[in-house]
Design a protein around this ligand. Structure first.
Ligand code: MTE
Length: 402
């Protein structure tokens, strides 16, 4: 290694030597992109794979965009989603990355000490463990059509664009501090190695406050194993509570800049566009950041059940903290009954809920509605947005009992 990167790396490793190990289980270029002129991506380590995914697609609802493997919540009963059932959303295809050739570059006009890190460098850093759900901003998108009668564009996710994992990684802020992030920093642009994706590397800019949040991680492990290739091996961002697109996979470069960055993924994509959303900066609408509170049943769509008494369960999650109540309704929300929320709840994790139902023969809908400890409840109605993000009205789940 030569030049500023080597100096930076030495300092970086010295900083590591003085930092203790802290493992914490937390309750758990388009126009205007100055980073486009920065150093080229370290993409010689990455090979796209001929088919879109590495994992067995059998357990998933496979969308015909060739980019989206929707999880079937009915496969899940435990808090943690096994990696083989964890949903996948790519903007091109999953990558095979040669970890020996892989490097992470941290650069930009708001760092004084640009770094280039190896995988071993990352793995020797103090780490944190978080149980955290990851959700695509478009999860429940099909409900705009099914519930509001107005279909949005985009992959028609039902309720399985979400999964819950145990992640291990290094706080992004430790790496940014080692790179000498300055007080003038405004954005940290995370860039993936998937050069076949839009912008020649999927990218998302984080405001510096979110990048420096102690729970924003550079994650290298999911559910006790190295990150699976479909989920960003060797390294991805984990931005708890924020829309899935913030969690950039196959990370290769982080560019820290003194200005707010406008790229595809905060101007035309991942933006709420519609009559009720005022344009923000260079975006066509309101930029999505935090997710919204939601709940869904762990049942096929539609569910086919035998008549009789049974336990029904599902999952609820809020980016704002623990779930306080989940209610269920057999009459489209005119009357509600309370489900049991399974404890303990872990910050950033989804919560499991369950209720007993003596199912009579016939066609039914079961609607669920979650409320979190901060008082946020799933709303009766949300305004339409063209790309169908952040749908969180209560979902009427069709159930046929015989
Ligand atoms: N990172 C890269 N490099 N390329 C991508 O296409 N997709 C994003 C995000 N990170 C994406 C990415 C989107 S839209 C989502 S919802 C999440 O990854 C999905 O993460 P998963 O596939 O691990 O479930």
């Amino acid at each position: 290694m030569s030049g500023p990167a080597s100096i930076g790396r030495r300092r970086f490793l010295r900083a590591l030597a003085v930092a203790g190990t802290s493992a914490v289980l937390a309750a758990c270029g388009e126009a205007g992109d100055p980073a486009a002129d920065a150093a080229p991506l370290t993409d010689d380590a990455a090979t796209p794979q001929p088919s879109a995914w590495f994992k067995d697609t059998t357990p998933f609802l496979v969308h015909d965009d060739g980019k989206s493997l929707e999880a079937r919540l009915e496969n899940m009963d435990a808090l943690i989603t096994p990696s083989r059932f964890f949903f996948v959303r790519n903007n091109s295809v999953s990558l095979e990355v040669d970890v020996d050739a892989w490097r992470l570059a941290i650069e930009g006009d708001a760092v004084t000490n640009p770094l280039t890190l190896t995988y071993d460098d990352i793995r020797t850093l103090p780490s944190r463990t978080l149980v955290c759900y990851l959700e695509c901003a478009g999860n429940h998108r099909a409900m705009f059509g099914l519930v509001q009668g107005r279909q949005s564009t985009g992959t028609q996710w039902m309720t399985g664009g979400v999964s819950n994992g145990e992640w291990v990684g290094v706080p992004l802020r430790d790496v940014l501090n080692s790179a000498g992030i300055t007080d003038e920093a405004v954005s940290a642009l995370l860039i993936g190695l998937d050069t076949e994706s839009p912008e020649q590397g999927f990218r998302r800019a984080l405001p510096v406050a979110k990048a420096l949040h102690p729970d924003t991680l550079l994650a290298y492990s999911l559910n006790g194993e190295d990150l699976p290739r479909d989920h960003g091996y060797p390294l991805r961002a984990l931005v708890p509570g924020w829309v899935g697109s913030s969690n950039v996979k196959w990370l290769g470069r982080i560019v820290v800049l003194k200005e707010r960055l406008w790229t595809r993924n905060n101007t035309t994509s991942y933006v709420l566009i519609g009559d009720d959303y005022a344009p923000e900066g260079q975006a066509l609408g309101k930029v999505t950041t935090t997710q919204v509170i939601k709940s869904a049943l762990a049942l096929p769509w539609p569910a086919l059940l035998n008549a009789g008494r049974r336990e029904i369960h599902g999952f609820a999650h809020s980016p704002h903290g623990p779930i306080r109540t989940v209610e269920w309704s057999l009459d489209s929300g005119r009357t509600w009954r309370e489900a049991a929320v399974v404890e303990p709840q872990v910050q950033y994790s989804w919560a499991r809920f369950a209720f007993e139902w003596d199912a009579p023969p016939g066609d039914h809908t079961i609607t669920t509605r979650a409320t979190d400890a901060a008082g946020n409840t799933q709303p009766d109605h949300i305004p339409f947005n063209e790309k169908g993000y952040l749908f969180n009205q209560p979902v009427p789940h069709p159930v046929q009992v015989s």
